[in-house]
Design a protein around this ligand. Structure first.
Ligand code: ZN
Ligand code: ZN
Length: 197
């Protein structure tokens, strides 16, 4: 087992993404900190949750999509080894999601902005109360991660563009135009969001 660095300088020196000082942050969390920003993980989590709720990510993404895509392409072209390693690491951390995600067209996956991880999916399960957005069926045994706006239509991989569906609804949705599916399910979806406010 590797030990986590205790200072930011040490973390930078060894190339670790996180470090742990053991001291509380200004809001009282005793948690890991990110090496890049020095921010506490719990603070970032709280901030991110608030931003998802307010629709900040969605608005920011929509307003800046073309710029973000170009930026990401440039970064990937210049850092292919690092990108490959990060992608391998993601797959190792998220084996189940990897299986699902690999089914999506490779080019679509690579063009999409955003990342999600198992904790995001766990959060969605909680928000959806383990029920399918399309038909309220239980997702306890099986669920499919669905992109609300499909990757092929320029949808992102951020959590705000994800929903969990049962196998039946997942099949149905892929045979319909996105707008058509959303029209049919607008009600249950908005109610769901309302219920979690
Ligand atoms: Zn904190
Ligand atoms: Zn369903």
């Amino acid at each position: 087992m590797t030990t986590i660095p205790t200072t930011r300088a040490e973390a930078k020196a060894v190339g670790a993404m996180r470090y742990f000082t053991g001291n509380a942050c200004s809001r009282g969390h005793v948690a890991d900190r990110y090496t890049t920003t020095g921010q506490c993980l719990e603070c970032v989590k709280a901030q991110t949750g608030a931003q998802v709720k307010s629709g900040y990510f969605k608005k920011h993404y929509q307003a800046n999509r073309s710029r973000l895509v170009v930026k990401q392409r440039k970064y990937r072209a210049g850092n292919s080894a690092a990108v490959m390693a990060a992608s391998k690491a993601w797959q190792a951390r998220n084996p189940e999601l990897t299986k699902q995600y690999k089914r999506k067209n490779k080019h679509m996956r690579r063009a999409a902005i955003g990342v999600f991880e198992q904790p995001d999916i766990d959060g969605l399960l909680r928000i959806q109360r383990s029920q399918c957005v399309g038909c309220d069926a239980s997702l306890a045994d099986e669920f499919h991660v669905d992109h609300i706006i499909p990757l092929a239509k320029g949808g992102s991989n951020w959590c705000g563009n994800l929903q969990l569906l049962c196998a039946g609804c997942n099949r149905k949705k892929s045979s319909l135009l996105p707008i058509e599916w959303r029209r049919r399910h607008a009600l249950s979806f908005s109610m769901l969001r309302e219920a979690t406010k």
